[in-house]
Design a protein around this ligand. Structure first.
Ligand SMILES: NC(=O)c1ccc[n+]([C@@H]2O[C@H](COP(=O)([O-])OP(=O)(O)OC[C@H]3O[C@@H](n4cnc5c(N)ncnc54)[C@H](O)[C@@H]3O)[C@@H](O)[C@H]2O)c1
Length: 227
């Protein structure tokens, strides 16, 4: 999603694109920490995150983090700084709505917990799913949405429902007080200005790759013609 926005980080503001890269740096730092690596150079961190080191240094300068010349960055300190800016020092409770093919795959993904998120509730409308257990969580009836949001202090709702149901579910989630939504349904959702909405669209990502494939084929044809 390309929303031109910034996030306040102390007295400075962090561009949205930097926020997205900070999440990547945090993942890379987590992997380094798992391997008991305590310092990392900007070049190493940039390469592992797939960006150039000038961009990485610029991104980290928003945190007031410049590293030590010749030594690099302290993995623990940088992890803590990025986690603080991203607000993942608190474990946020996530409600997963729609426990079909995608919802069950997401519910089974261990990576959320290690990155600061707790799947606290699963909700669905299907009588065959309501009451069943997925990853030790009982699937609740979507009719209980408002109660579940309050009980579990849900901070983020993930929508994995059919496109036809997504706006209705989104409206209810917002009315229940949730202000962050991640939407997987292939539909543009309308939300009030105070709600942060992000969308995941794997088909669009594949189309972008397809576009690049086209360009590569065209370039190869031209190069072949010139040879
Ligand atoms: N963004 C992506 O890249 C991506 C990838 C795959 C699927 N999707 C989308 O994710 C959604 C789910 O896909 P799926 O394959 O899991 O579908 P699915 O049919 O297997 O699951 C959808 C679930 O939503 C439930 N549901 C329907 N209406 C509901 C409502 N009003 N409230 C609560 N639950 C409700 C259904 O009972 C079902 O369990 C679809 O919109 C699909 O297009 C997106």
């Amino acid at each position: 999603m390309t929303v031109e926005r910034s996030v306040a980080a102390d007295s400075r503001t962090v561009p949205e694109a930097t926020v997205a890269r900070l999440a990547t740096y945090l993942r890379v730092l987590g992997a380094l920490s798992d391997r008991s690596i305590t310092t990392v150079s900007s070049e190493e961190l940039a390469a592992a995150a797939g960006v150039n080191s000038a961009k990485l240094r610029k991104d980290l300068s928003y945190l007031g983090s410049y590293g030590i010349r010749g030594v690099g960055y302290d993995v623990r300190t940088l992890t803590d700084e990025i986690a603080r800016i991203l607000g993942v020092t608190v474990r946020r409770a996530v409600a997963l709505i729609g426990v079909g093919n995608l919802g069950q795959a997401l519910a089974g993904y261990d990576g959320f917990a290690s990155r600061g998120f707790r799947i606290a509730a699963l909700l669905d409308a299907s009588p065959t799913l309501i009451g069943s257990t997925v990853r030790e969580l009982v699937v609740r009836d979507i009719a209980e949405l408002e109660q579940v949001v309050t009980e579990q202090e849900i901070a983020i709702a993930v929508l994995a429902v059919p496109a036809s149901a997504a706006q209705d579910v989104c409206d209810r989630v917002v009315a229940a007080g949730v202000t962050s939504i991640l939407n997987f349904a292939p539909v543009v959702l309308a939300v009030p200005a105070h709600v942060d909405l992000r969308k995941v669209d794997l088909a669009a990502e594949l189309q972008i790759l397809s576009f690049h494939e086209n360009r590569k084929s065209a370039a190869a044809l031209i190069a072949g013609g010139m040879a």
